[in-house]
Design a protein around this ligand. Sequence first.
Ligand SMILES: Nc1ncnc2c1ncn2[C@@H]1O[C@H](COP(=O)(O)OP(=O)(O)O)[C@@H](O)[C@H]1O
Ligand SMILES: [Mg+2]
Length: 235
Amino acid sequence: MSKAVIKLTDLNKSFSHRAGNNHVLKQINLQVDVGEMVAILGQSGSGKSTLLSILGLLDVADSGCYYLCNHDVKSLSAYQLSQLRNQHVGWVFQNFNLIADMTVSENLMVPLRFNDAIKASEYANRVADVLSKVGLSDRCSFYPDELSGGQQQRVAIARALICQPDILLCDEPTGNLDSTNSRKVMDLLCDLHKEGRTVLIITHDSTVAACCQKAYSMVDGKLQLMSEQEFKYAV
Ligand SMILES: Nc1ncnc2c1ncn2[C@@H]1O[C@H](COP(=O)(O)OP(=O)(O)O)[C@@H](O)[C@H]1O
Ligand SMILES: [Mg+2]
């Protein structure tokens, strides 16, 4: 078995638009191994979210190969893709994406209900475990609008962890937070990495990238590993 959680080879993605064809991702190669914490830095519009959508199986590439946890995603049906997404990927979004009319506990149970491998009798224990991990055990009956932005993002991280995924994909996880809450969210992601979790963060914030061991830059749809010197200069 390969140690790669993500392996991309020569990936391309274009969007057709009335203004013309937009070649957004150009011959992307990327490998993320078990236990790595990796940042992808890039300006707005450089293709970061498009790449993350493909990595998280929300979109498909036009060409190239993508293996997620040794599964060739090209050969899978829509149902198999949804199961793979649910079991292997935890998503953390910039705007948290919690469901407003559900409590924290109910939000955390949503991914469990889509996971055929987890029994309903395990739900309560899983919810308690992830809430304790993000330091919000006392907020299980709160609604999202009764929480601060930082607390909402920690709930979103708990939700991302609840099916014990192989990788956390984070799209600008601190983009909507003040500096104190950004720090708390990054400390939490760093702690998860120290426990052995694999984390991929896309960001335009170099202080976020500084928490990672490895960084790639995305420029005009091309991805390049940053040298130690470039990385130091960027952060
Ligand atoms: N669904 C879409 N249809 C057409 N163009 C898109 C779509 N999604 C993204 N794009 C284009 O792809 C480019 C990269 O966007 P995106 O991946 O969101 O960049 P980033 O996350 O780095 O800001 C932009 O030029 C954007 O207009
Ligand atoms: Mg984006």
